[in-house]
Write a protein that binds this ligand. Sequence first.
Ligand code: ZN
Length: 105
Amino acid sequence: MLITEFLDKRLKEDLVGAAITPPHPEWHDRMNHSEHLVRVIATLRRIVNDHSEGYGPTYDDRPRQKYCIRCGSGDGNGEVWPCEEVRLIASLYADHPDFEEGWKV
Ligand SMILES: [Zn+2]
């Protein structure tokens, strides 16, 4: 499974969970807890989208390399895909059975 597929599924699950989260007792007059969780999930999804995979140039002596369009340069010397930011978000779900060891930060 790709890390992006994994994160898409987990964030959708969290969104469902946020919809049934009871109001936080201290947040009465401001935003409720469910709304806050929806914002957190939307922010995480935006970060994942900003760190999408790109493809570097082709060299004769090595295969084309995937890189993060935000963190990497694609020249083979930058951060490869998935970058630390995406793996860090995935690590929120490290206890999920589909989480892969190679994604650990
Ligand atoms: Zn990145």
